[in-house]
Design a protein around this ligand. Structure first.
Ligand SMILES: C[S@@+](CC[C@H](N)C(=O)[O-])C[C@H]1O[C@@H](n2cnc3c(N)ncnc32)[C@H](O)[C@@H]1O
Length: 711
């Protein structure tokens, strides 16, 4: 959106205050006020090009793209020589998925003004959508000559470099974009993704300074940062100096921790942040933390006062262990000592005078082994005073889970759960809510049609006039998916259901804390959903119906709930993508591991010997490093997997139209279109089967695809 052009200023000066007011209102996101002012102008001067243009801009923001295009085209018809109008029309055409028209508009803007930065970035976006990265880079270079400190331009440059397999170059651009606009979640996620797999071979404090703010920030997946953070930690002299401890006895480690020479690990900010928000996945670090925990336990039972000095980093370790759900192996000696520790804490609690503090050092130690909220003395702990430095531990291990227990009891039950597999799967997710997550990924708050067009750039998604779409998230797990949906579809009314009350309660607590509007949670079995009176414009179900005994039966229920013309997104396991999981499941069956926490821990350790190469590959998955994730990954009680042709049958039998797979970057679709020009919408299952044969990890997470119910 622009300020008025010079001709306007000369000829329509009397309307300028209204126009300026409208611009200020748009900038302040007061769209209705802006429209009122623009209508007042257009009532007096129906051909006022700037007013038409801004009105078009507002329609674009609202997702009313056909209206937006007509208004901006009218502005261009009035005043062809103003490049901003062409640029806005280009953006509208892009949102409509009409890449060729968008390119023309940006080209026209550039003919009028070669220094139009927005036209260069718009043109680059259009070229990226076509998969023409070379030309996109050329457009961005021209833009860079105009302004090399524009964050969006740097972001797009990085994006093209990632797509062309140049993460190091991309990293530089994402880092600049993020420095210019630290609040943009896209820049943060992109920078983290570019860092994935980067291992430091020597210290790089400057890089680490740019990584630290990413930890715990929304939109960042910890596994993207595992390599860079953990390699930096292993290079850290204090940590490297502790490595020999891993072969010492508990008593020796306790003596070391007791000595004043032992380091205070809470002084290492990267370590503290990684324990609180990260995902410990390096064997050496895992071994070190297991050893330190063992030594601290021995120390705590012998000299509790000496433990005090280590309480802050132990609290961070307790947070990490809670998030990983105590995945590390415990010796029999430790199990025995944990019982002694509990006994010691009970005795201390019984003797606390009025106004006295909790035995926090001992509790911190116990929190490294067991979740505090499950202890029989848990409910009295929150009311005792805790020092400021341990408040986070208190919140994570007591406040939040105790609140979830209350929420779980209050959740509405929307359907009965009677099917034997549903009961079995429910029991699993009550014990191990999935996924464990810290920071949400928030959506882009777009009108329904724009959201669908962004997800499905090759389909001709028609205009959709629904202002408040009704969305169902079927099998929402712990709410990450539901929160993403609620923040993606503008003004949506979202119902999120799941079998597991523990998972739903986790999601509801998080959604309440984050202040997510328009999101409700309820317990229900997909197999019984047809009995609900509600009907939905969109249904999303990712990673769920493959856990039903008969996925087709669940899909039929979802189809019943979808309005005619409604859209559905499914995520289903790929047989090829999960070949390592299949191999692990075979080993689990062969050696008779059960899905109890102890057996899951044992399997994780034994796998190193049973199949070192498989272990190596599975360790790369974030799911390998927390108990419920690992359970979900390889111990699931019920799962189906598919080849593309089987998806075709499932979808066809359900009477749905296939709208294609969704990818996070446009390169896969661009590559497909070059390879298979006979299928410009990229919906041939036979072709996709061939693509997957050539790229067996393409769908290693899941097939993620969209469907439409015929009208
Ligand atoms: C792998 S998790 C996926 C969670 C979420 N969609 C996500 O992507 O984060 C599978 C979830 O599906 C739920 N589920 C499985 N069968 C279900 C059923 N019959 N009805 C409702 N939910 C079900 C489980 O309880 C579990 O929370």
């Amino acid at each position: 959106m622009t300020i008025p052009n010079d001709e306007t200023i000369a000829s329509k000066a009397h309307l300028l205050p209204l126009l300026r007011g409208a611009i200020a209102a748009v900038r302040g996101h007061r769209l209705e006020e802006a429209e009122r002012l623009l209508d007042a102008i257009l009532n007096q001067e129906a051909d006022f090009a700037d007013a038409l243009h801004i009105k078009g801009h507002i329609a674009m923001l609202r997702g009313q793209l056909a209206d937006a295009a007509a208004l901006v085209q009218a502005a261009i018809d009035k005043d062809f020589h103003f490049e901003d109008y062409h640029e806005t029309l280009g953006k509208i055409r892009l949102a409509q998925g009409d890449v060729a028209a968008a390119k023309q508009c940006f080209g026209a803007a550039l003919t009028l003004n070669q220094a139009s930065l927005g036209a260069y970035t718009g043109l680059a976006q259009a070229l990226i959508a076509e998969g023409d990265y070379e030309q996109a880079v050329a457009a961005l270079r021209n833009g860079k000559a105009v302004n090399d400190r524009d964050p969006e331009l740097r972001y797009l440059l990085g994006f093209t470099q990632m797509a062309r397999g140049k993460p190091k170059k991309a990293m530089v651009n994402f880092r600049i974009a993020l420095a210019l606009n630290p609040e943009d979640q896209r820049y943060r996620s992109a920078y983290a993704r570019a860092l994935r797999g980067l291992r430091l071979t020597r210290p790089d404090p400057e890089l680490i300074d740019s990584v630290l703010p990413l930890l715990g920030a929304p939109g960042v997946e910890p596994r993207d940062l595992s390599a860079v953070v953990e390699s930096a930690l292993l290079l850290e002299p204090t940590i490297a100096g502790l490595k020999p401890l891993t072969t010492n006895s508990s008593a020796e480690i306790a003596v070391f921790l007791q000595s004043p020479a032992s380091p205070d690990l809470s002084k290492l900010p990267l370590l503290m942040a990684w324990l609180r928000y990260g995902l410990v996945s390096e064997r050496d670090l895992e071994a070190l933390f297991t050893a330190l925990r063992r030594g601290a336990l021995a120390l705590g039972l012998g000299d509790a006062a000496a433990l005090q000095r280590h309480a802050i980093w132990l609290a961070a370790l307790a947070v990490r262990n809670f998030h990983a759900e105590y995945l590390d192996i415990e010796t029999e000696e430790e199990k025995h000592r944990v019982e002694l520790l509990r006994h010691r804490i009970r005795k201390a609690l019984a003797k606390i005078p009025a106004g006295g503090t909790a035995p926090v050092a001992l509790l911190t130690l116990l929190g490294c082994y067991r979740p505090l909220y499950r202890e029989d003395f848990a409910t009295i702990l929150p009311s005792l005073p805790w020092p400021e430095s341990l408040q986070e531990l208190k919140r994570i291990q007591l406040g939040e889970p105790l609140r979830e227990i209350t929420i779980a009891a209050e959740l509405p039950s929307l359907t009965p759960i009677e099917d034997a597999t549903s009961k079995n799967v429910r029991a699993m997710y009550e014990e191990s809510p999935f996924p464990r997550w810290n920071q949400p990924v928030l959506g882009n708050d777009m009108p329904l049609a724009r959201h669908l067009r962004a997800a499905l750039p090759l389909q001709n998604i028609p205009e959709i006039t629904i202002e408040k779409p009704r969305v169902l998230v079927a099998g929402c797990g712990t709410g990450l998916h539901a929160i993403l949906a609620a923040t993606s579809y503008r003004d949506a009314d979202v119902l999120a259901i799941d079998l597991s009350r523990a998972s739903l309660a986790y999601g509801k607590r998080k959604a309440t804390e984050l202040g997510i509007p328009g999101l409700r949670f309820g317990q229900a079995d997909i197999l019984k959903l047809g009995s609900l009176p509600d009907r939905f414009d969109v249904i999303e179900s990712f990673g769920v119906i493959h856990h039903l005994r008969e996925p087709a039966a669940g899909l039929a229920q979802l189809v019943m709930l979808l309005k005619p013309g409604g859209y559905m997104m499914l995520g289903l396991y790929s047989e090829i993508g999960r070949r390592d999981v299949v191999a692990a499941r075979r080993l689990i069956a062969m050696h008779g591991y059960s899905d109890t926490p102890d057996d899951i821990r044992r399997f994780r350790t034994d796998l190193e010997k049973l199949d070192p190469e498989l272990t190596e590959r599975l360790r790369r998955s974030s799911a390998f490093h927390s108990l419920s994730d690992l359970r979900d990954l390889v111990f699931h009680r019920q799962e189906h997997r598919y080849f593309p042709q089987q998806l075709e049958t499932l979808i066809g039998d359900a009477g749905l139209e296939f709208l294609g797979f969704e990818f996070t970057t446009p390169d896969t679709l661009a590559h497909y279109r070059k390879e298979y020009p006979d299928d410009p919408r990229a919906i041939s299952f036979a072709h996709w089967a061939e693509v997957e044969r050539q790229h067996p990890d393409l769908f290693s997470n899941c097939y993620r695809f969209w469907l439409r119910k015929p009208v």
